[in-house]
Design a binder for this molecule. Structure first.
Ligand code: 13P
Length: 266
């Protein structure tokens, strides 16, 4: 089997902050200024991404460019059509114009609350890659699935369906975040062993559908109650290439600490 630490390729780690539906424009300017100030580190060795709400993208972009910051911008969602009568939706070219390098797709909150399916995730991934934006695709199981010992099958299926028909080269430059639903916003993070097992499995599924080279290159993150206190335990795991951070990304000091930990350990 592929994965489980057998893949030794050096990958640039990522710490990505998902702000979810938090921060007005004024608050977003303030938080991004603090993050930009706190995260003044060695940039070639790590990618730092912040994903504010759509309404904050422009003002956060202004802060980061004023500071000549290397922090990258990401969105939290996208629609797959390029323009037209799709009230309330945002296209890839709109994100691209705001210099978004990344976009989260298939977050469990979008799947659970807004009915996003694997097929929709697949269309979004394809549209993003066609438009030059890297997807951060989320997958993860509920507690029921974990208790039924179906976790690996479940996330494997989400990965297979999400990336169906996508070129290996495009998969290689993308990101997958393993976010068990029961660990999101609960303060109950997965154990490093559980996270490593899931991330190694994700990598092995990528090897199966896109080949070993893509599996060696794709970054796989852990997300779910990651904080500076527990990040030290996740980062040494061989198949975990960083974190997708919710709550702790809204605190500039905690977020900067996470970046520092990833930089030191990965
Ligand atoms: P928390 O870090 O708040 O658990 O959220 C994780 C998450 O959903 C990131 O996308």
């Amino acid at each position: 089997m592929f994965g489980a630490g057998k893949v030794s390729e050096k990958r640039v780690p990522i710490i990505a902050g998902n702000w979810k539906m938090n921060k007005t424009t004024v608050e977003a300017v303030n938080l991004s200024q603090h993050i930009s100030f706190e995260c003044d580190m060695a940039w070639e060795a790590i990618e730092v991404v912040i994903c504010p709400p759509f309404t904050d993208l422009k003002s956060v972009f202004n802060v980061l460019s004023f500071d000549h910051s290397s922090i990258k911008l990401g969105a939290q969602n996208v629609f797959w059509e390029d323009e037209g009568a799709y009230t309330g939706e945002i296209s890839v070219s709109m994100l691209k114009e705001l210099t978004c390098d990344y976009c989260i797709v298939g977050h469990s909150e979008r799947r659970g609350i807004f009915g996003e399916t694997d097929e929709m995730v697949n269309k979004k991934i394809k549209a993003l890659l066609a438009g030059g934006v890297r997807p951060i695709m989320c997958c993860g199981e509920s507690l029921e699935v974990r208790d039924a010992r179906q976790t690996l099958e479940f996330i494997g299926e989400q990965v297979r369906r999400g990336w169906d028909g996508v070129d290996a080269e495009d998969i290689a430059k993308s990101v997958i975040a393993y976010e068990p639903i029961w660990a999101i916003g609960t303060g109950r993070a997965a154990t490093p062993e559980q996270a490593q097992e899931a991330c190694a499995h994700i990598r092995s599924v990528i090897a199966e559908i896109a080949g070993e080279d893509a599996a060696k290159k794709i970054r796989v993150l852990y997300g779910g109650s990651m904080k500076p206190e527990n990040a030290k335990l996740f980062m040494p795991e061989p198949d975990i290439d960083g974190g997708l951070i919710g709550g702790a990304a809204l605190d500039s000091k905690a977020f900067a600490e996470l970046v520092e930990i990833a930089l030191k350990i990965k």
